[in-house]
Design a protein around this ligand. Structure first.
Ligand code: UD1
Length: 422
């Protein structure tokens, strides 16, 4: 049965919230466990739907996987180099199994990742990278087959775009390749660095993490380790921060990697928001007042993250003045705009640019989440809107990245409950 949130807006948030571990870091780190053996505890992993899907895929591949409240335990050796369509089609990140499977088995077969609501999301950069490492790639009957029977060989790879997924996939493949691989125009996202640090603890030789040139010297094999702790989820943190600066009475957000959110803090300051204090790994937000419009350009890290674009748009909707939001990463990431209009927002779109004219208030209405981050943005909009908002699509989209978003906000005093729809 589909599930919705019913939100009674206008309740000021008060209390403490601790940010959970990064889903987008945990997924590739789980995939990279294929490169090692033994018993591995990955700590600070949220048991959200995407993590459960990745666990199911790894079980299919032959590993023993246990998903706990905050940890994933992976044991055993992978037996298969194939991943099944039913699971892979649920989540694009599962394509990042191709690199480690190819490195470990010399071949891999993964369903071509399906369409995605935020844009086309091609795999050409992944494919070009694997081909540069000497793999033969065939796309047939909806599957991507990669073969490198004689093993992978390091090479220089230039990415036309600093793709997070392609950088990680190539990194995972090249740690077992012969010789040196250089990834030019690599992604610098914290989730790429986290995966790189994990691989380094397995004995991989990697330099340049967090810069646009990554150097990897291949090893014959990697060792097994017992424990790795994933970084905090910067997108969840950013979402709580955006909600709290708008409607927080006094909110302490803990377990925040402040360095990862500099673009958000700078933009909030530009909009005249000064009701937050940054401490070590904590953000304290007190009181609410008006804010100005702002200009947002989503960019690869350290630019403003595309994954916070829907949430900051809610903020822009209630600004005094107009804002311009340009989505540079995904070509179709404005599905929340139509829903925000239903709440009384004033937004027009031209190509990749959204022009937002601030309004004094939003008024509750039924809206539908069409992807994870858009869904979180609509929940934030419901919290600040006057009256009742129903957010549909919770189980399909929001649960992919939050275990219990309604509890997270209820604990802060919001009025939000989950209902099943007949
Ligand atoms: C990851 C994140 C996602 C985030 C995105 C951008 C995970 C699981 N997901 O997605 O939440 O929104 O980074 O920060 O970590 N591209 C190509 N060819 C390719 C690959 C990508 O053209 O082969 C393009 C994409 O269409 C997009 C851009 O590159 O326009 C960036 O995509 P990418 O960084 O690869 O995003 P993901 O890794 O899929």
């Amino acid at each position: 049965m589909p599930e919705s949130f019913i939100i009674e807006g206008g309740h000021r948030l008060k209390g403490e919230i601790a940010v959970f571990g990064s889903k987008n870091s945990s997924l590739p780190i789980m995939a990279a466990s294929i490169l090692t053996g033994g018993k591995l505890i990955i700590d600070n992993v949220p048991p959200v739907k995407d993590i459960i899907t990745m666990a199911e895929i790894l079980r299919y591949i032959g590993l023993e996987v246990n998903v706990g409240e905050n940890q994933v335990i992976i044991k055993g050796e992978p037996k298969s180099f194939e991943a099944p369509y039913e699971l892979v089609s649920k989540m694009r990140a599962s394509f990042e199994l191709l690199g480690p499977l190819l490195a470990r088995f010399g071949e891999a077969k993964i369903p071509y990742p399906g369409g995605c609501r935020i844009g086309l999301r091609p795999i050409d950069l992944h494919v070009k990278g694997f081909e540069s490492l000497g793999a033969e790639i065939n796309i047939e009957k909806g599957f991507v087959y990669a073969r490198a029977k004689k093993g992978l060989k390091g090479n220089k790879i230039y990415l036309d775009k600093p793709s997070v997924g392609a950088t990680r996939n190539i990194m995972m493949a090249s740690v077992l390749a012969k010789g040196e691989t250089i990834i030019e125009n690599a992604a610098c996202e914290p989730e790429v660095v986290d995966l790189g640090n994990f691989l380094k603890t397995l004995g991989a030789e990697i330099e340049g993490l967090g810069t646009s040139v990554i150097y990897i010297t291949g090893k014959n094999e990697l060792k097994s380790i017992d424990y790795y702790k994933v970084i905090p989820d910067r997108i969840a943190a950013g979402s709580y921060i955006i909600a709290s600066v708008m409607i927080g009475k006094e909110v302490l957000i803990k377990n925040v990697e402040l360095d990862h959110l500099q673009s958000l803090f700078m933009k909030l300051k530009e909009a005249g928001v000064d009701n937050f204090q940054l401490k070590e790994k904590e953000v304290l937000i007190r009181g609410v007042k008006g804010w100005k419009g702002l200009e947002i350009n989503t960019m690869p890290y350290p630019g403003f993250p595309t994954d916070l674009q829907p949430q900051i748009m809610v903020f822009a909707c209630l600004a005094q003045g107009s804002s311009v939001i340009i989505e540079n990463i995904f070509e179709n990431r404005f599905s929340h705009v139509g829903e925000l209009l239903r709440l009384g927002a004033k937004i027009s779109i031209e190509g990749r640019t959204a022009m937002v004219q601030g309004v004094p208030k939003l008024v509750g209405a039924p809206v539908e989440a069409t992807d994870l981050r858009a869904g979180v943005a609509l929940v934030i909009a419901g919290l600040v809107a006057e009256g009742e908002t129903e957010v549909m699509g919770v189980d399909e989209h929001i649960d992919r990245g939050h275990v219990n978003l309604e509890k997270e906000f209820s604990d802060l005093g919001a009025k939000i409950k989950r209902v099943k729809k007949a």
